[in-house]
Design a protein. Structure first.
Length: 94
């Protein structure tokens, strides 16, 4: 008996998912459900975000985004980091 392996998903498949419901991440063409972050994770994320905001006040040139926010690394890798800093003209820092 032969086993049929599904084709890897791409960012275009990912973008067809509904925006409501569970959060997903696309890792190497496989779709994963991303669970809600726990309180410890939220505390760390908030601290990092605060430090980035302080830095951006001193050194303007970027903007910070909170999850859910898609960061497309490749056609088969789309992540939703807790915090992403976007530098104008340079892309995102996760």
């Amino acid at each position: 008996m032969s086993v049929v392996k599904p084709r890897p998903l791409t960012k275009f498949d990912y973008w067809q998912l509904p925006e409501t419901g569970p959060r997903y991440q696309l890792i190497n063409g496989d779709l994963y459900i991303a669970p809600a972050p726990n309180r410890f994770h939220q505390d760390i994320s908030r601290t990092i975000q605060f430090e980035i905001l302080k830095y951006l006040e001193r050194e303007p040139g970027g903007i910070i985004y909170d999850a859910p926010f898609d960061v497309v690394l490749t056609d088969m890798n789309v992540f939703q980091p807790p915090t992403a800093r976007h530098n104008r003209g340079q892309g995102a820092t996760v």
